[in-house]
Design a protein around this ligand. Structure first.
Ligand code: GLN
Ligand code: ZN
Length: 770
């Protein structure tokens, strides 16, 4: 009898109840007790949706982040957050976000660093360690939740991040070798396992997702050592991997002395089965194999009949040692498709959110255990949906498929190289040295948000809405004129979100109402869904840019989201490759670029903030990704004439390891985040001479602080040491959407003055441009 279990459930609540309760608590509008009550009801609702599982995850709930929870569980709590005898929850929020409810300014601390959880869009709080770090077990919360779950009648399977992955995720503040801390950490895990056994826990899910990455000898050894040290635990360990295949780590994982192993098993076909068979050779006769057979990171219905075909032989050979689960925690998908009333019925039938995925799991186990006849109706319905999606005209557009096939090499190349283009662009644009500009958006005031909301609800007709937006554009152009900026933007008032805005106008996209996914803490995103071939039926941005340009003599930049970012920030199709989907998006953006050029727009910025985060976990797969990502960007940008200047923007600072690919994008001008890192990023240019123009951000827009002229000049001086000054621009780090005008105006004023003094200085010293 195959068993079913789940690895983790979204904890923000199906209507984001936890988000609102957290924010109310932080603002002082809600008590701790009220917050805890909401948390408890979210957990109860979640367990209710999972109660048909043989094992239900407990400990996957979190007030902010599961890695931060692990730091508290292991007693790794930086001293700075502990203010004498306050509640642990407040220490927790201090570490998560710098302050808790009711903290005075004096009690504020540095928040823990936040970074991306593997290759997902979730962010975790990086554990802080140093050579002297010690640990102690802090299990009360976990034990309390196990009891809470049991009281609700579910079979609790506690979930913890494994010791080696915990260290891997951590940073040592003193640069000491974090692996040396393993010896101190393992006794804490052993103690935890003893305690779970005392509490009659049968299975514990210990997660080591680093097993799907390339591990050097030391880390492989650490894995072996850790699980040898824990092998005498009486509670059963389900060693859990996700986000990819074990590949070369398969023999390592297969030989660990644990009671069971969970692996991702999404692929169909002979190769996939061969790998599984190979793994079985390593497992002993009493080990459980849990197959992550349902995609925990995407929102498509599973092809249940294909799954059953794949599973049958394993069910026969493994019997009750076969467990079935989603591939990873369902944290990365929305909660419940049943809440959606606006997705059209044809497309909705193809989707499954967290709750629906667990229903699929149940159908699979019943089909295996009681025969397909026991779930005939469900299987028939699934087959209908899956084949409808395969054949639907809504999905397949022969013109798009042909256009993608017809992409030729010269479509991804500008007709001239940068050096030659630059000559035409200089003439065409006639800009001063150190040109000043901004990244696109200006503050999104309550006025703007209200107008957009009213328009969506139909309370504002199209004409009045356009008037309102034009009014905003006029304000932003006037402000930029009076500041004396050189290259202006329209301000993006009409855009709610840089992906959604384009998605709403492209065919092949759909949107959910409640499809929220946690990004970090209380922050959620609602990724649009790409369900079909992408095409553009009309210009998406031209009228706004055109209007803005009509108000000024200065050049106004056309502002677009690039194909790779559209892809990486959406739920994407699983029936074609990411590459193919990206090329379709690129063709649509290319058309928009050309329309802007025809409308007389001289500078077009194609933002790619998500390019880096799409990098695969394994380095060996980077080149393949970067090749098609760069190709897609170039496809979108390369149709223009020499004199049209292409900009791109990326808001991250760590790109030393992919600088070659960034250069290959061949944008005429690239903006990068640098101000917070004090231009550290530019170190990469010591060994690599970036061929085109650069805008190193000089205004940290994630902070309310206003940079002085002197600070900006100092940053630019640093930049000018590495990059010939005639290829430098001056601008903020990122869009100004989240700031207020009262911060933006003085900051930009200082930026313009800094540019002036730099121009004077550099013309006086008569440096010859390189
Ligand atoms: N053009 C966008 C803006 O200014 C860029 C945002 C981003 O990089 N995330 O808001
Ligand atoms: Zn940015």
């Amino acid at each position: 009898m195959a068993k079913i279990h789940n690895l983790g459930f979204p904890r923000i609540g199906s209507k984001r109840e936890l988000k609102f309760a957290l924010e109310a608590y932080w603002n002082g509008d809600n008590s701790k007790t009220a917050l805890q009550a909401v948390a408890q009801s979210v957990r109860a609702e979640n367990w209710g949706m999972q109660q048909h599982c043989d094992f239900v995850p407990v400990g996957d709930f979190s007030f902010y982040d599961q890695v931060l929870d692990t730091s508290f569980l292991l007693g790794n709590i930086p001293e700075r957050v502990a203010i004498s005898d306050d509640h642990e929850l407040d220490q927790y929020f201090r570490l998560a976000r710098g302050r808790s409810a009711n903290d005075t300014d004096a009690q504020c601390v540095f928040a823990g660093e936040m970074t991306k959880w593997f290759d997902t869009n979730y962010h975790y709080i990086v554990p802080e360690l140093n050579a002297d770090s010690t640990f102690h077990l802090n299990p009360e919360q976990l034990i309390a939740q196990i009891k809470e779950a049991r009281a609700q009648g579910v079979n609790a399977k506690p979930v913890v991040i494994g010791p080696v992955t915990y260290l891997w995720l951590a940073k040592t503040k003193d640069n000491s070798d974090k692996l040396t801390l393993l010896d101190r950490l393992l006794p804490i895990y052993a103690e935890l396992l003893r305690l779970l056994d005392d509490n009659h826990v049968e299975w514990v899910q210990v997660e080591e997702p680093i097993l799907v990455t390339e591990l050097d000898d030391d880390w492989q050894l650490a894995i072996v050592k850790a699980y040898q040290a824990l092998q005498n635990a009486r509670v059963n360990i389900l060693l859990t991997t996700y986000f990819g295949q074990l590949e070369e780590n398969l023999p390592l994982a297969g030989q660990l002395p644990v009671a069971g192993l969970h692996i991702e098993a999404l692929q169909q076909g002979e190769d996939a089965n061969r790998l599984l068979d190979n793994l079985l050779n390593f497992l002993s006769d009493d080990q459980v194999l849990s197959l992550g057979i349902i995609d925990g990171r995407n929102i498509w219905k599973t092809d249940l009949i294909a799954c059953l075909e794949k599973l049958k032989p394993y069910a026969e050979s493994l019997q009750d040692r076969l467990w079935l689960a989603p591939s990873c925690s369902l944290l990365h998908v929305p909660v419940d498709l049943d809440n959606e009333t606006q997705i059209d019925t044809e497309v909705k039938a193809w989707l499954a959110f967290a709750k629906q995925k667990l229903e699929e799991l149940q159908i699979l186990s019943r089909a295996l255990n009681d025969g397909p006849g026991s779930v005939q109706a469900e299987l028939t319905e699934n087959l209908k949906a899956v084949s409808n999606r395969r054949q639907s005209k809504r999905v397949h557009n022969p013109q798009v498929i042909k256009a993608t096939k017809d992409i030729s090499a010269d479509m991804t190349k500008r007709s001239n190289n940068y050096q030659n283009r630059a000559i035409y662009q200089k003439k065409h644009l006639n800009l001063p040295s150190f040109p000043t500009t901004t990244i696109g958006s200006f503050p999104q005031t309550t006025d703007i948000r209200q107008a957009r909301r009213q328009f969506k609800l139909g309370e504002l007709d199209n004409g009045r809405y356009e008037e309102k937006m034009k009014e905003q554009i006029r304000v932003s152009i006037e402000q930029q004129e009076s500041l004396g900026l050189d290259v202006l933007v329209h301000g993006e008032a009409e855009r709610n979100d840089m992906v959604e805005y384009f998605g709403e106008q492209l065919k092949g996209y759909t949107f959910s109402q409640f499809g929220w996914v946690q990004s970090y803490g209380s922050r959620c995103v609602k990724p649009p869904i790409i369900f079909g071939d992408i095409s553009r039926s009309q210009a998406m941005t031209v009228k706004w840019i055109d209007f803005a340009q009509s108000l000024t003599e200065k050049p106004v930049k056309g502002m677009l989201t690039g194909p790779v970012t559209l892809l990486n920030w959406s739920f994407v199709r699983d029936d074609i490759s990411r590459k193919e989907c990206c090329l379709q998006l690129a063709l649509a953006i290319r058309e928009e670029v050309l329309d802007l050029e025809v409308a007389g727009v001289k500078i077009i910025q194609i933002d790619e903030p998500a390019l880096r985060e799409g990098l695969p976990l394994r380095r060996s797969q980077w080149t393949e990704y970067l090749n098609w990502a760069v190709e897609s960007f170039r496809l979108s940008a390369s149709g223009v004439k020499d004199e049209t200047q292409i900009h791109t923007h990326m808001c991250y600072s760590e790109f030393n390891d992919i600088i070659d690919s960034i250069a290959q994008m061949d944008a005429d001008v690239i903006t990068i985040e640098t101000s917070r890192s004090d231009m550290e990023l530019l170190d990469v240019f010591d060994n690599f001479s970036y061929p085109n123009e650069i805008e190193p951000g000089v205004y940290d827009i994630h902070s309310p602080n206003i940079p002085s002229e002197k600070q900006i000049t100092a940053l630019m001086d640093k930049a000018a040491q590495r990059i010939p000054f005639d290829r430098l621009w001056i601008n903020p780090d990122c869009g100004l959407k989240t700031r207020q005008w009262k911060e933006v105006l003085p900051a930009l004023k200082n930026m313009v003055s800094a540019a002036q003094s730099l121009r004077e200085y550099h013309s006086a010293t008569e440096q010859t441009p390189a």
